[in-house]
Design a protein. Sequence first.
Length: 332
Amino acid sequence: ECPLCLLPQPPEAFPRLGCCSHRSCRACLQQYLRLAVRESRVPACCPHCPAALHPNDVHRLLPEPALRDKYEEFLLRRLLLADPGTRWCPAPDCSPSQAGFLITLSCVGLGTALPAGPGCGTEFCYHCRQPWHPDGPCAPAPSLATPTAQLAQQEELGNGEALAQAEAEDIKVCPRCSAFIMKINDGSCNRMNCTVCGCLFCWLCLREISDVHFLSPSGCTFWGKRPWSRTRRILWQLGMVLGAPMVISLAAGVAVPVITIGIPIYMGRKVLAGGPGSRRSSLSGCQQCLSVTSSVLLSLLVSPIITALTVGVGVPLVLTYVYGTVVLSLCR
């Protein structure tokens, strides 16, 4: 049975992958790769694990030559964007199919104009990617401004201007490769993944993030149109520092009886609610009662251990975060 479509398939319908031992039917893998390439999620990973599919497997599974060519193009672009010495032609009509649309620093000198591909004719500066300016210094491009400069500019604006600018900004640049990324500014998820270079960044502060970025006192929220103001962030941090003991005590006071009593009740109901095809359905009434009683008694012995581990590990972690990370953030 294919784990994706849940349909029974013959053994020959499950192609072997070179990256891992997971198996899915050929039709599901082909549809999965079609969507991945069309959405530029390249290199594509296994549907069941993070292992990247080998290019040979992708070529073997993709039946359309156009999608195979697009897959190779996305792979090439991602590889070249990781090289700081490459430059792409900024002309909108310069097609990637033209030879010479990519320029490297080894091709020309630093003080010369970069030629584009044949049929384009655009000359641009290697440093600022703007039209060639032999008589003047490089001018920074507003669209390629650094995330720090963008945040500083927003802080300098008034509340009304900042709000209007935040509503209008739905196109930003990736902090790693400067690729343009569009997002609907409706307060949806701010955890962005650049499909060009694979950078995981925050849409609000335009910084590469880790898994705890939205839990840190940075003012960035997972859902929202803008980060918190400095005043709101400081008030929230002070509230966490002052109210942490009361909140932790209340949470622990609720969690201890819920876990201690809830696990035995859950296990008793789980054993009692066996389906007609289960092994329990063939037992007699006395055996069923004994089975439920034994599971509840065993859960009563195990639940205090689980409760102690949950409280003993969770409370120190929360206290370390509040009186470590939050306090350090307040002292800055």
